[in-house]
Design a protein around this ligand. Structure first.
Ligand SMILES: [Zn+2]
Length: 176
C-alpha cells in the first residue's frame, strides 16, 4: 500500500512514450483499485496481503472494472477536475498496462506473490528491496516528466497550475 504512488513512475514514463494512448488519470485509478485488496488485508491484520488481485489473471477484472468506472465518470466534473473523455482503445490499453505493470512491479518485492514470481524468468529467489524499486520508479518518473516537458512543452501545464493556485476560491465554486 505505501508503495502505491511509486507505481505512477511507470505511468509517467509510458505517458512520455505514448502521450496520446496513455491516460495518467486512468493509470492512477488502476493503481488505487489494485491496492484495495492489500489495504483491506492490512486493516484486518492478515498475513497474506497480495491475494487474487495481484496475479496476472486476477488483475483482469480489476482492469475491466476501471474501464466500466471510467466510462460512467468521464466528462463529469468535480470542483475544477474533469474526468477526461478518452478513446476506447486508450482506456483499455491504459487500464491493462496499469494493472499488469502493477502486478509485475509488486512481484519483484513481495514474498506473498509466489505464483506470479514463478512466471518471471530468471528472478528465482531474488527479492528486490523496496528502496531499489522505489528509486527505479522515481527515476522513471523523472525521465518521464522531463520527456513530457520537452515533447508537450511546459508552459501550458504550468499556466494551468498557476491559474488554479491563484484562485483557490474557485475550487469550491460550482462550474458554470
Ligand atoms: Zn499492489
Amino acid at each position: 500500500m505505501p508503495f502505491t504512488p511509486f507505481h505512477m513512475g511507470l505511468g509517467l514514463a509510458a505517458k512520455a512514450v505514448a502521450p496520446r494512448l496513455i491516460s495518467l488519470q486512468v493509470f492512477g485509478l488502476a493503481q488505487v483499485a489494485m491496492d484495495i485488496e492489500p489495504a483491506i488485508g492490512m486493516a484486518m491484520g492478515k498475513d497474506v496481503l497480495h491475494g487474487w488481485t495481484h496475479t496476472l489473471w486476477g488483475a483482469v477484472p480489476i482492469a475491466v472494472a476501471c474501464v466500466v468506472t471510467w466510462r460512467a465518470l468521464e466528462g463529469r466534473r468535480i470542483w475544477r477536475w474533469t474526468f477526461e473523455r478518452l478513446r476506447i482503445e486508450s482506456l483499455w490499453v491504459t487500464s491493462f498496462f496499469g494493472v499488469w505493470s502493477h502486478v509485475l512491479l509488486d512481484a519483484l518485492i513481495h514474498r506473498d506473490m509466489g505464483s506470479t514470481r514463478a512466471l518471471l524468468p530468471g528472478i528465482g529467489d531474488i527479492f528486490y528491496s523496496h528502496e531499489v524499486v522505489e528509486i527505479a520508479c522515481l527515476v522513471a518518473a523523472s525521465v518521464g516528466l522531463l520527456t513530457l516537458g520537452v515533447r508537450l512543452g511546459v508552459k501550458a501545464p504550468l499556466e494551468a497550475i498557476w491559474s488554479n493556485l491563484r484562485d483557490p476560491v474557485a475550487w469550491f465554486r460550482k462550474p458554470l
